[in-house]
Design a protein around this ligand. Structure first.
Ligand code: GSH
Length: 204
């Protein structure tokens, strides 16, 4: 199997961390795509993922699966040992709730802030600086919320590490590009960040 990705981009990192947690990194060949050069915009790449984004996975039978969480879901179902998306109906639903909250209220504004403030992809979109700044507020609000949520638990979904921690961790890290860091008073968020950062999967 192949995974087309970009080493420095946050969504492929989520997939690598997920695979590392399950001990699966050696199952795939990772193919680097240069986003800045537009290697994801070519007809050849669009045949793999019409949405022109990384990551996309190519299975040995030629099936392409795009979308970070669809790829993670494939690994969760194929390798259920060490579950990362819940096991009971309630835990699976809560995992889904957190994954969506993180995606919509944290990762999405993070990417919007980056793209609209820096103009990094101005060759393929129309950056609107005001929208970038609006998203900055949403990011800071979510980090404050997460800090409160983590006051009485080690991980986002409770006692055990899950995909929600991976997604939030990768998003906190990527916010370096927006110059948004954990604030000194956000002690719960900082303790959680340090806990996740100690895991070998944080290095992949
Ligand atoms: N919803 C997609 C988003 C993927 C995405 O936005 N990937 C970014 C890199 S992290 C990308 O490929 N950007 C290139 C572009 O917008 O041209 C997912 O979760 O995989």
């Amino acid at each position: 199997m192949k995974i087309y990705e970009t080493k420095t981009a946050p969504n492929p990192r989520r997939v690598r961390m997920f695979m590392a947690e399950k001990g699966l990194l050696d199952k795939a060949e990772f193919v680097e795509i240069d986003l800045a050069k537009g290697e994801n915009l070519t007809p050849e790449y669009r045949a793999r993922n019409p949405m022109k984004k990384v990551p996309v996975m190519e299975l040995d039978d030629g099936t392409y699966i795009a979308e970070t969480m669809a790829i993670c879901r494939y690994f969760e179902e194929s390798y259920p040992d060490k579950p990362l998306m819940g096991t009971t109906p309630v835990d699976k639903a809560l995992s889904e709730q957190w994954l969506r909250w993180i995606e919509w209220h944290f990762s999405m504004p993070t990417v919007m802030c980056f793209q609209h403030s820096t103009g990094y992809f101005k060759d393929r979109m129309n950056p609107i600086k005001e929208w970038g700044e609006e998203c900055r507020g949403a990011i800071e609000e979510f980090m404050t919320f997460l800090d409160g949520h983590l006051a009485d638990k080690d991980y986002i979904c409770g006692d055990s590490f899950s995909a929600a921690d991976i997604n939030a961790f990768a998003t906190v890290d990527f916010n370096k590009v927006n110059k948004i860091r954990i604030q000194p008073e956000q002690v719960n968020l900082k303790a959680w960040y340090d806990r996740v950062n100690e895991r070998p999967s944080a290095r992949v």
